[in-house]
Ligand binder design. Structure first.
Ligand code: UDP
Ligand code: MG
Length: 314
């Protein structure tokens, strides 16, 4: 019998775990596969770990790992993937926004011969702000990146063992799993589903973490922002060149320019404007270079991606 692995990152999810255990158990019991659930406790401060331990004691198909601190969602998913043994691997959120009841249809696609079945969110039951941010982000990313990363698809997916092996072998630290999945290639197909509202509790993705996710996505899969700086630099230099020529002509032919009302004046305000404008642009692009450099630095340091405190049933 084939084995299916389900990777579930958990960060302060005590309100949803009992329901997750119940729903996932009843769904997977109906399958003709062996299953393993790999839960990663990403440094939760509530009772998440206690609840996971109780579940793992009851049922050894639940394999659980606890990080030494919060390393972030993408890291938790990446860690979970490395421990899976299944012929196919699901990634789902703990909060039941990705309903376990739809997993069956993913498995059917996999049995049909697809290597990656990723979920496309048809509707989102979330705030307008979050909906808009995600909508805009996926479109900016696809414009900037050479890689075809499917629009509106998150980490929720089913991947064949060979795809998981490819992703596990990628050494990068700032991991954007849905991008790595697209990068891996193979036969991929999208499946629409309705993203539910979180079953209970608050989102664990405050704006700061969303920004980090978005910048990891863009920076890991595009160097267009660096190239834009070169273009804007060229345009601004060209404008400056024209300005200089104009100023020289103004000096040489000052009687003419005075006669038409634009003679040379002590141009304090224009000077200040030029300085501010150029200074602003330079700072923006220094910042962008800094973002790339920071990530290169992360890679060069070669620190492990996560630190495990405890694991059970593995
Ligand atoms: N999560 C995590 N570490 C974090 C933040 C989130 O493991 O630092 C997990 C969280 O428990 C959930 C999943 O990642 O299973 C997605 O988080 P959440 O549902 O809060 O994000 P949203 O759906 O609001 O974007
Ligand atoms: Mg959620």
């Amino acid at each position: 019998m084939k084995t299916i692995s389900i990777v579930i990152p958990c960060y302060n999810e005590q309100e949803v775990l009992p329901e997750l255990f119940k729903r996932l158990t009843s769904v997977t019991n109906a399958w003709e596969y062996n299953v393993e659930m790999i839960c990663i406790n990403d440094g939760s401060k509530d009772n998440t770990w206690q609840l996971l331990k109780q579940q793992a004691d009851k049922d050894s198909r639940w394999k659980i790992i606890s990080f030494s601190r919060n390393f972030g969602h993408q890291t938790a998913v990446s860690c979970g993937l490395t421990y899976t043994v299944g012929d196919a691997v699901f990634i789902i959120d703990a909060d039941l926004q990705d309903p376990p009841e739809v997993l069956e249809s993913f498995l059917n696609k996999w049995e049909d011969g697809f290597d990656v079945v990723y979920a496309i969110r048809k509707a989102r039951k979330e705030s307008i702000f979050k909906k808009f941010s995600y909508w805009a982000f996926y479109r900016v990313l696809s414009k900037l990146s050479d890689l075809k990363i499917p629009l509106d698809s998150g980490d929720f997916s089913l991947m064949d063992r060979k795809v998981v092996n490819v992703i596990n072998a990628l050494p990068e630290r700032n991991r954007f799993v849905r991008g790595l999945r697209a990068w891996a290639g193979f036969k991929q197909v999208g499946l629409e589903y309705e993203r539910q509202a979180r079953f209970a509790g608050e989102t664990k993705y405050p704006f700061k973490k969303l920004l980090k996710l978005a910048s990891d996505g863009i920076i890991s899969f595009s160097s267009t922002p660096l190239i834009i700086s070169a273009y804007i630099g060229m345009i601004v230099s060209f404008l400056a060149f024209i300005g200089v020529i104009f100023a020289i002509l103004q000096r040489i032919f000052s009687p003419f320019f005075i006669s038409i009302g634009i003679g040379p004046i002590a141009g304090y305000s224009t000077t200040i404007m030029a300085i501010m404008f150029l200074g602003g642009i330079q700072l923006i692009f220094l910042g962008i270079i800094g973002m790339y450099l920071g990530r290169i630095y992360d890679e060069v340091k070669q620190r492990p991606n996560w630190v495990i405190d405890e694991s059970i049933n593995l």
